[in-house]
Design a binder for this molecule. Structure first.
Ligand code: PLP
Length: 364
């Protein structure tokens, strides 16, 4: 191994001959949108997650937006959520003119601190939007109990948690509606893409119509009964997604193997907190995020050695768009200063993992 030459990216999609064959099949047909692949991709997802409806859309952000819209959330409404997430989680609330209400996070799981949720429920609260951050399942059983008591809708931004479950129930089946995302660094990819999962016929109908220009349930192409969008996912993307779902078991296995190797290599290193593994649930590995002091300096030094890392996530409430003062959500803020996402992808070799860990030790 020539150490000096190793370049290790943060993420890398895992595309096999099967993905290429499925996409080629689309290109050789004349049906590049609204064809058989979107149906099959959606079916594979309803089967895997165990819910009635799956609606493929052009991004995870679109999935979240259409869910918020279909729940009738709008001006004057409040939605409780976490500040420690990707900005799309929260922007989808703003799109419909509602107000995100943040609660601070648990310092171990990095998910919304459910002890703090009831403190911020008001007569304006319409829904709780939970996030399974980095693929760690939020405690949906407990959140469900809270929501029933106050008659609130539940939205799962499960964009980072495809494959996670609580007991035998998959993430994606817990809330009134859930969103997955298929950007190239997610567990499976379609290039760009997303999926809405729901058991509710009405939410499903509204999302299907909204994704397709507000077309009427009648199926008539040029009848539009509501204001819709074009959030359709093309056939090339759906073919790619279907091929990934056809080998989802192997994808999950590979990711678990990389995570296990990292955890064993990193355990016992002073000053490194490895990501938590839940006892009564199964996490899915989206990214591999450790906690360290002097994070920015470590990132710079690793970059000099060809190792790409990232600082997932700066808290949403401190983004210029949101403009809260520092100190508002102290746990999220202090965690955000210490998070370091290490290179993580399906086909990462033991050699590559050892190289990352060796260099991390040296620069710390
Ligand atoms: C990836 C992601 C999204 C949506 O991403 P898109 O790029 O729009 O597909 C939303 N929320 C979270 C937490 C994410 O990680």
């Amino acid at each position: 191994m020539i150490r000096e030459c190793m370049k290790i990216p943060l993420a890398k999609p895992d595309i096999t001959e099967m993905e290429k064959a499925y996409v080629r099949d689309v290109l050789e047909s004349s049906q590049l949108s609204i064809g058989p692949y979107i149906e099959d991709f959606e079916k594979s997802m309803t089967k895997y997650i165990g819910v009635k409806h799956a609606i493929a859309v052009n991004s995870g952000t679109s999935a979240l937006h259409l869910i918020v819209k279909s729940l009738g959330i709008g001006k004057g409404d409040e939605v409780i959520t976490t500040p420690f997430t990707f900005v799309a989680s929260t922007n989808c609330i703003l799109y419909e003119g509602a107000r995100p209400v943040f609660v601070d996070i648990d310092p171990i799981t990095l998910n919304m601190d459910l002890d703090k949720v009831e403190d911020v429920i008001t007569h304006k609260t319409k829904a709780i939007l939970g996030v399974d951050i980095f693929g760690y399942p939020l405690d949906w059983e407990r959140l469900n109990d809270i929501s029933i008591g106050y008659n609130l809708s539940l939205i799962d931004d499960s964009c980072e948690a495809l494959g996670a479950k609580i007991g035998d129930i998959m993430i994606g089946a817990w809330a009134d509606a859930s969103a997955f995302a298929f950007y190239p660094n997610k567990q499976i990819t379609t290039g760009e893409g997303g999926m809405i999962l729901t058991e509710d016929d009405e939410i499903a109908d509204m999302c299907r119509s909204a994704r397709n220009q507000g077309r009427a349930g009648s199926g008539k192409w040029l009848v539009h009964d509501t204001l819709g969008y074009n959030c359709r996912l093309d056939e090339m993307s759906c073919a790619l997604g279907l091929a990934q779902m056809d080998r989802i078991g192997s994808i999950m296995y590979k990711r678990q193997k990389v995570a296990d190797k990292y955890i064993s290599e990193l355990s016992g290193i002073d000053g490194v907190t490895v990501p938590p593994v839940p006892k009564d649930a199964t996490r899915s590995w989206f990214v591999f995020v450790i906690l360290v002091d002097n994070r920015d300096e470590i990132m710079r030094k690793l970059a000099d050695r060809g190792i790409q890392t990232n600082n997932y996530f700066p808290p949403v409430h401190l983004q210029p768009l949101y403009g809260y003062d520092e100190g508002t959500f102290p746990v999220a803020e202090s965690i955000s200063k210490r998070t370091l996402a290490l290179p993580f992808y399906n086909n990462m070799t033991d050699n590559e993992i050892e190289y990352v860990v060796q260099n991390l030790k040296e620069v710390m």
